[in-house]
Design a protein around this ligand. Structure first.
Ligand code: ADP
Ligand code: ASP
Ligand code: MG
Length: 427
C-alpha cells in the first residue's frame, strides 16, 4: 500500500470540532492500510487575523518577521490535528516545514520550493506514525531563514510532498466539492468539473480561482502529479487535475467536452498608469526593469498610441494590489530619470477571464464573450489573451454581473444547483 498525501485548508480545520472530523478522516485512510502524510493550513481566518495584528503594530512589517508570525498559524493546526489523531488511538507526529525538509529560496512572503528532503518524514512513516506537516512554509537553503510560500501555499506544500515521497495520491480537501465552472460563491449555478487539464487549471488559478494555488498547479504539471480536489465536508468525488491539452487522448475526448472550462475572477489587482512617457526606445524597459528589481509581478500591459503632437504615451499595467504602494514609490523614484508626467493608481478594478482549451479551434468566442458583457452593461477596460484564455479588466462593482453573464452565455449554468459551499468566509 502506498503513500497518500492529503491537504486540509483553513475552513476544514476551523475549530476543535472540525479538527476532530478531519482527524477521523485521516485515520480512516490509515486503517485502510495506507501511509498518510498530511499538509495543514492555519485554522479558519488565522492568517488574515495575524496579518491584521502585524498591520496594527506596523504599516510595513519587516518581511522576515512577517514570515515568523504567519508560520505560527500552521504550527497551531499541525499540533492540534496530531493531538486529535492521538486521541483516536493512532500515533501522529507533526513537523514544521523546515523539519519536514521543505527547502526554498530566500524570498520572504513568496518563496519558491527548490527541493524537499523528506528524511524525517520517511523515518516517521517507517516508525508507523501518521505525519502532519505545517503547510505554506519552508526554510531558505541560503539564509537559513524561515520563509512562506505566498497566500494559499499549503496546496503547493502538499504537491511538493507528494512528489518527494512518490505518493500514490495527492488529495486537496477544501470547502467546495471540487473545481467548478466558476466560483460557487458568486455563481450558484456553477457546475463541478470531473476533470480539468493542467493548462486550463493553471490559467484558472492565475486568473483568481483560488481553489488551487498557482504554484501548486505548476509543480504538479512539471512532476506530472494528478491532484484530486474535493471537499472535506462530503464523500463526493471531486475534480481530477491531470493531463495536458496536447494529449491525444484529451483531444479526442474534447470533441464532445465543452469548449469553455470556466470563468474566473480576481479582485486582488490594481492598475497603475504612467502618464506622459517620452516615446523613445528603452523607456518601457526602464520602467518594467525597476518593477522587476522590486520583485513585483506585472500582469496585463497596455500602451497607448503616442500623441503625434507631444510624442508622449501612456502605459497602463495591472499588478497585485498588495504590491501597489511599493510599485508607486519605485516608479516615483524614477520620474526625473524617465521624465514621465504623473502616476495614476486605481484599485477599484476586477479581472474576469474566460478559460477553455476549445477556444483554440472555435472561432467567435471573443465576440460572444464581449457581447455577453455588453448585454450585461459591463464596460471593458484592458484586454489580454492567451491561446486558451481571454481576460478583461472591468470596474470592481461589475465583476459578479460579468462572471454570471459569461457563465450563462457559454451554457455553463447547471440545470439543478449542485454547487455547495460548506464553510469558509471567502476571505
Ligand atoms: P482552502 O482554505 O481550503 O484552501 P480556499 O478558500 O483557498 O480554500 O479555496 C476554496 C475556495 O475557492 C472556494 O470556497 C471558492 O469560493 C473559491 N473558488 C474560486 N473559484 C473557484 C472555482 N472555479 N471552483 C471552486 N472553487 C472556487
Ligand atoms: N494559511 C495560509 C493562507 O491563508 C496558507 C494556506 O492556507 O494555504 O494563505
Ligand atoms: Mg487555499
Amino acid at each position: 500500500m502506498g503513500i497518500v498525501v492529503q491537504k486540509y485548508g483553513g475552513s476544514s480545520v476551523s475549530d476543535a470540532a472540525a479538527i476532530k472530523r478531519v482527524a477521523r478522516r485521516i485515520t480512516e485512510v490509515k486503517k485502510a492500510g495506507h501511509d498518510v502524510v498530511v499538509a495543514v493550513s492555519a485554522m479558519g481566518d488565522t492568517t488574515d487575523d495575524l496579518l491584521d495584528l502585524a498591520n496594527g503594530v506596523s504599516p510595513l512589517p519587516p518581511a522576515r518577521e512577517l514570515d515568523m508570525l504567519l508560520t505560527a498559524g500552521e504550527r497551531i493546526s499541525m499540533a492540534l490535528v496530531a493531538m486529535a489523531i492521538s486521541d483516536l488511538g493512532f500515533s501522529a507526529r507533526s513537523f514544521t516545514g523546515s523539519q519536514a525538509g521543505v527547502i526554498t529560496d530566500s524570498v520572504h512572503g513568496k518563496a519558491k520550493i527548490l527541493d524537499v528532503t523528506p528524511g524525517r518524514i520517511q523515518s516517521a512513516i517507517a516508525d508507523g506514525h501518521i505525519v502532519i506537516v505545517a503547510g505554506f512554509q519552508g526554510v531558505s537553503a541560503d539564509t537559513k531563514e524561515i520563509t512562506t510560500l505566498g497566500r494559499g501555499g499549503t496546496d503547493t506544500t502538499a504537491v511538493a510532498l507528494a512528489a518527494a515521497l512518490d505518493a500514490d495520491v495527492c488529495e486537496i480537501y477544501t470547502d467546495v466539492d471540487g473545481v467548478f465552472t466558476a466560483d460557487p460563491r458568486i455563481v450558484p449555478a456553477a457546475r463541478k468539473l470531473d476533470r480539468v487539464t493542467y493548462e486550463e487549471m493553471l490559467e484558472m488559478a492565475a486568473c483568481g480561482a483560488k481553489v488551487l494555488h498557482l504554484r501548486c498547479v505548476e509543480y504538479a504539471r512539471r512532476r506530472d502529479i494528478p491532484i484530486h480536489v474535493r471537499s472535506s465536508f462530503s464523500q463526493l468525488e471531486g475534480t481530477v487535475v491531470s493531463g495536458s491539452i496536447e494529449d491525444a487522448e484529451h483531444q479526442e475526448k474534447s470533441m464532445e467536452s465543452p469548449i469553455i472550462a470556466g470563468v474566473a475572477h480576481d479582485r486582488s489587482e490594481a492598475k497603475i498608469t504612467v502618464v506622459g512617457v517620452p516615446d523613445k526606445v528603452g523607456e518601457a524597459a526602464r520602467i518594467f526593469d525597476s518593477l522587476a528589481k522590486a520583485q513585483i509581478n506585472i500582469d496585463m500591459i497596455v500602451q497607448n498610441v503616442s500623441a503625434a503632437a507631444t510624442n508622449l504615451t501612456d502605459i497602463s499595467f495591472t499588478l497585485p494590489r498588495a504590491d501597489g504602494q511599493t510599485a508607486m514609490s519605485t516608479l516615483a523614484a524614477l520620474q526625473a530619470e524617465v521624465g514621465f508626467e504623473s502616476l495614476l493608481y486605481d484599485d477599484h478594478i476586477g479581472k474576469v477571464s474566460l478559460i477553455g482549451a476549445g477556444m483554440r479551434s472555435h472561432p467567435g468566442i471573443t465576440a460572444k464573450f464581449f457581447t455577453a458583457l455588453a448585454d450585461a452593461g459591463v464596460n471593458l477596460g484592458m484586454i489580454s489573451t492567451s491561446e486558451i484564455r481571454i481576460s478583461v479588466v472591468v470596474a470592481e462593482g461589475d465583476v459578479d454581473a460579468a462572471v454570471a453573464a459569461a457563465h450563462t452565455a457559454f451554457d455553463l449554468d447547471a440545470d439543478e444547483v449542485e454547487a455547495v459551499v460548506y464553510g469558509g468566509s471567502g476571505r
